[in-house]
Ligand binder design. Structure first.
Ligand code: FAD
Length: 237
């Protein structure tokens, strides 16, 4: 028993995956961290709002964990509620020709693949950065000269009071590995991003280049393998 039980019980009633004394080392890339009093996977905005309101009314600390790739959790664990965004928060959809809405719990990799399959370029830099979209916005993740700020149009969030809100690009205060969310304690729930129409082959080639897989090297290898196969089967003389 501890103070977070009230939130744990609420999460159970809301049909969330709620766990007591969950080791944080299971949820951080560096496999470190003691137990969180309560850990909850929240699947919808209304459930998240209910849980945040309960934390506020009962004066219980909470924190959001994404993929845990930028968190060094203490061996002492966390005396509060650790929240992971799941379910609806992993959804990605096309808003119009060049605009995508993505839930904050989706992985950056899933968003990059969605953009590739939609023939939308501009996010290639993010291919290979581990983490969720929420975590990437929180710290304006970037690589190879690109940053989230280059593609973000607006961000949806839930305030510490449990109210929905939205901040347009100009108000997001993006800087080097930082955003307005480092200071305002709101939970990022989703992001609208604007990209540019491009040929999926170009997008794929840029993603491969950024990962260090030179597309020309791959092509060369493929060509050599095809020639070898053709010779061995006497298709080429
Ligand atoms: C091998 C490796 C390579 C990396 N390469 C890069 C790189 O090239 N570029 C780069 O920028 N980073 C890089 N990182 C760091 C990390 O991938 C990024 O910081 C990533 O954006 C973190 O996302 P996450 O979901 O793992 O966030 P977490 O580590 O889970 O959380 C990070 C912070 O964001 C907050 N947060 C997470 N989700 C939300 C939300 N929905 N609302 C509010 N706050 C939230 C958390 O509370 C925490 O304070 C790398 C990390 C590793 C381990």
């Amino acid at each position: 028993m501890d103070r977070t039980d009230i939130v744990y019980n609420l999460a159970e009633i809301l049909n969330c995956d709620a766990r007591k004394y969950e080791p944080l080392n299971k949820h951080t890339t560096f496999k470190i961290g003691g137990v969180a009093d309560t850990y909850v996977k929240v699947t919808s905005l209304s459930k998240l709002s209910a849980i945040i309101r309960e934390c506020r009314e009962s004066d219980i600390d909470y924190m959001i964990i994404g993929n845990g790739s930028n968190i060094l959790a203490s061996d002492d664990g966390y005396r509060g509620v650790v929240i992971r965004l799941d379910g609806d928060f992993r959804k990605i959809s096309l808003v119009d020709d060049d605009t995508i809405y993505c839930g904050a719990g989706a992985s950056l990799a899933a968003l990059c693949k969605f953009a590739l399959n939609s023939g939308l370029g501009g996010l290639e830099f993010a291919w290979g950065i581990p983490g969720t979209v929420g975590g990437a916005i929180f710290m304006n993740a970037g690589a190879y000269g690109g940053e989230m700020k280059d593609v973000v149009y607006s961000v949806n969030h839930l305030t510490p009071e449990g109210e929905s809100g939205r901040i347009e690009k100009d108000g997001l205060d993006f800087g080097y590995r930082t955003s307005v969310y480092r200071g305002n304690k709101a939970i990022i729930t989703g992001v609208t991003i604007k990209l540019k129409k491009d040929d999926p082959e170009n997008i794929r080639a840029k993603m491969d280049d950024f990962l260090g897989i030179s597309s020309s090297a791959v092509l060369k290898d493929t060509r050599t393998a095809t020639l070898r196969l053709a010779k061995s089967t006497r298709a080429l003389l």
